[in-house]
Write a protein of this length. Sequence first.
Length: 289
Amino acid sequence: MNTLEELFPSEPTFFGTWQTLYLEPIVGSGERISVAVVAIGNNNQYRIIQAIRTELLECLYGAQSQNMQSIIDWLIESALNELKTHRSLSEWAAPFGGVILGSMHPAADDSIEGILKQAIRFTASLSTLALDAEREEDEFQSKRYSEQWATSIFDEIKTINPHLSNCFKKRLKISESNLLTSFGFMNEKYVSNFGLLVPTRLSTSLNNVKAKLFDLEALKKSQVLIKPQIYEIIIGTPSLSDPTLTDTSVKRLRETIDMVTEVAASEDIKLFRAENAREAAIHINEIAA
């Protein structure tokens, strides 16, 4: 590549439009938040995603966040059904009041994900600013996310291979003290712990992951007579191509994953990264069954 080519970006290869779906939490108040963005390509490709991350909803609405999430899910499902039928939202009627469809904006990028990123960047400050903001870390909240992640994997295993259900949440004495150490999954062949890296709480969620790694290391070096052959930590993360993540948050997340991978490898512990609980459960079933 010559100097001029390095100075100027290549011409976009994907063309389309984007729109934002706004919601009035209090109908008629005039207060609006961006809850979803839609991208439609000139090749009839389309995609709609939530514009505000789930953990941010919990910060904003607390105990009512599940109700707000249900409303957003309902809205996205309705809009998606319209896109499947008409490839447009021009004639779409929202399933409830307080929904405003933003203007259509032409856009170009290398993929439909790139167009979605543009929509997020220009209309959804709660996603972009909140992800990159400095905040006081909440250790309790991060642990709660991690527990929800473990529960979701367990629920998926029950549908994939119910015979493995009794291998979850195993407690074992691995030191001379009477304290029992908990492991996410364990049988005679395989043991794993579950960690979750949350972009908005990366520091404290990393601490939780390190604690899970330490427990695996302790088991590996313990005097327990019958130990598993395979040790692994399963890390849940969003997709690195998730349009709701800023470039800064993706960079931090990637660096954190690399660091955890390196630490795990130094103790001969495998690392598996999963973007959803079903992916993690399928992986466990393939190894441990």
